[in-house]
Design a protein around this ligand. Sequence first.
Ligand SMILES: C[S@@+](CC[C@H](N)C(=O)[O-])C[C@H]1O[C@@H](n2cnc3c(N)ncnc32)[C@H](O)[C@@H]1O
Length: 215
Amino acid sequence: MHSHSHDNPAQTEGRLIRWASSYDFLTNILTLGQARRLRNLTIDNALLEPGESVLDVGCGTGGVTIPAKQRVGVAGQAAGIDPAPEMIAVAQNKGQRKGLEIDFRIGVIEALPYPDASFDVVTSSLMMHHLPAHVQAKGLAEICRVLKPGGRLLIADLLGPKASSSQHVLNALAMHQGLKVGVEDLQDAIKGAGFSEVTLLDRRFFIIGFVRAIK
Ligand SMILES: C[S@@+](CC[C@H](N)C(=O)[O-])C[C@H]1O[C@@H](n2cnc3c(N)ncnc32)[C@H](O)[C@@H]1O
């Protein structure tokens, strides 16, 4: 396992976010004050149950990891990784303030620091569009490796222009004007990484869609 000094980000070709202290504020503005509803929908779409173990990849400030831990409860386990030390520091503070035991670590999707078959569920929220395609493929294979057989992957990310009519305005607002592909286009890569039953879910949140897959 790699260890990183607190100030150094993990090496990755993915785009890091390092302005961690204003991230939650901006997320709430971009979701028109409905960040909590987005997080709850994400957890619901992951079908998380009390007692399960969950890993949140690219966890940022823990927006999904924290409600995931609340859902799996004391009998369950939650972990979050992100290459940006600033994000991990904010996530750790938030978790501690809520009295939650969550394993937040600096790390990258392309080399997950966990043994094979460690988790019932892996979530990835708003991070896949931060990665070039070959890193997405490597990361999806890593997620498949750390999931238990029958485990679930839930990806929440921006829908592409074909799937979302309100794409233009909202993408401009979210500073993703150049986005050509969306979460729906990841389905082949997810199958290629070894998953079955890959489904684009009907329940969406504005321009954010959800894909769920089974290992
Ligand atoms: C838009 S944020 C989403 C954060 C959080 N999941 C959420 O839903 O609020 C994208 C995150 O992906 C992280 N990231 C970038 N490259 C990554 C990689 N290779 N592995 C894991 N996370 C990565 C960034 O540092 C950033 O925190």
